[in-house]
Design a protein. Sequence first.
Length: 613
Amino acid sequence: MCGIVGYIGTKDASTVVLNGLKKLEYRGYDSAGIASVNGVLDIRRAQGKLSNLEVKLLEKPLLGNLAIGHTRWATHGPPVERNAHPHADEANNVAVVQNGIVENFMALRRQLQDEGHEFKSDTDTEVITHLIDKALSTGSDLVTACRWAFQQLEGAHAIAVTSQQEPDKIVVVRLGNAGGVIVGLGNGENFLASDIPAILDHTQTVVFLEDQDMAVITAKGVTYSRLDGSPVEKQSTHINWDPVSAVKGQYTHFMEKEIHDQPQSIQSTIRGRVDFTTGRIAFEELHLTPEQAKEIDRVMIVACGTSFYAGQVGRFMLEKLARVKVSVEYASEFRYRDPLIDDKTVILAISQSGETVDTLAALEEGREQGAQLWSIVNVQGSMVHKISDGTILMQAGPEIGVASTKAFTTTLTDLFLLSMYLGQQRGTLSDEESFELVKHLAHLPELAGEVLKDDYNDYETLVHHYHKKDHFLYLGRGANYPIAMEGALKLKEISYIHAEGYPAGEMKHGPIALIDEDMPVLCIVTKDNVYDKMLSQVEQVRARDGVVIALINEDDTLVAEKSTHVLRIPTTHPLLTPILSVIPLQLLSYHIAVRRGADVDQPRNLAKSVTVE
Ligand code: AGP
């Protein structure tokens, strides 16, 4: 949601910023713009995709070695050029880009209008430019003016400011949790961005700004302070993401690439955590003694969307292996129902981006009530990472496609390892059982690779038959019920086909009324403790002339005979099966969306990090 990039150095700044914005396209946006300072402040903005902005830049280039840019996801006012960022004051002296919402913007706007300021846009952001202008007009320097202006704002923001009056600097601030902002450190050049991929081509050394941190970025260096003016020391972090992992390479879409990254990301997740000779699992980052592990009374998983479904699979793993009570909560609902939490509760947040505002709010609720906070996140230095007592960093690498794929299977692998680890610490998992489980784990990357082979499943036939359908039903039971939900979500998100995921046993309580020859029913029927139950669901769908696409183990001829079409996966331990069963569902959605001509990597209305409530 909204992206910010800034550059100051010796290169053509608008090119660096435009390329950085392209790397943030996955966050979702509907207009874009860049401001540069080359003696004077100059701005180009365009509605729609960055290609529109690129055309404007070709027609009328922006010169100079300092620029800030923005991709806007409309909140206040429609996604038209006048509302695109950067916003400038009347004198065209100051340019501002912002992520977040100025909650008191109506009051500020009225006050500024009363004082004679004229507004050119419908946005909340424009009040910031006028506030800075107001402070500058009293003789303040840029940093002092920005500090005063930022102090007037309510809400959570990341803001970057530049001015032709002081053309050697960019001022940036983070206020609250509305998406992160990082400073990238280079040689004779420095950067700022909402997310790491934007600057990964230039530097892997970054500084994460926290709530109330301000940075003044020049080509020669960066100085940090708190919003109130007090100095603050910031440590830089080396990001171990390979810049190549943020490009599509041989693939047409990031989503396709990321689906194919999964054997590698599962392998990287397992590597270093598992002792295959003893079956023991290591999780030093949780700082847990066996006594503390035994004292945990309950794990409450909080997450949204795909991460929520990962949590639902995790419940099966944690309850079975660690014998601990687990609940899985929509983070967006959590704080509104006065949950029962105490110091024996662990709140486990799952978030690919680490910046989802609902998930952060759920963690804060947990903190207030004395719970321990753990998280599984993909983005190092993100807010969820920062506020957790212990974090498991996913080894998925950057995930650019808006529809989450490899972060899902990486999370499931982490949850499996965490369940084994807690089971071992709590004494609920024996050495023999551990040894048996890690044998299955060792084969998992290879089995994921099998499912991805070109000739393993026939997606072409399925796409041919089903890409024009308007509705799909996905059914699963046990640990595959959340996979049915996730499969339906993937189809909805990228192909815009209505799809519902359901626990199969609930079908007879309502959805069965929908079954006819027009709505494909995707049944996940793998060999586990609910296999016979799922088989009977397949029979019930068939008895009503329903169309069954069955996701089965590769050697299952019985279900194959009863189904219209099948998707296959290799056999593994039932608790690991969801990690494989989701892969054909990701691929099916991907191929259907491509056939329907949808924008797979940037589906309409969606954003990669959801930083507003
Ligand atoms: C996944 O395909 C979705 N785009 C979405 O549901 C996502 O999983 C959700 O917004 C949570 O994001 P997070 O993992 O970054 O917190």
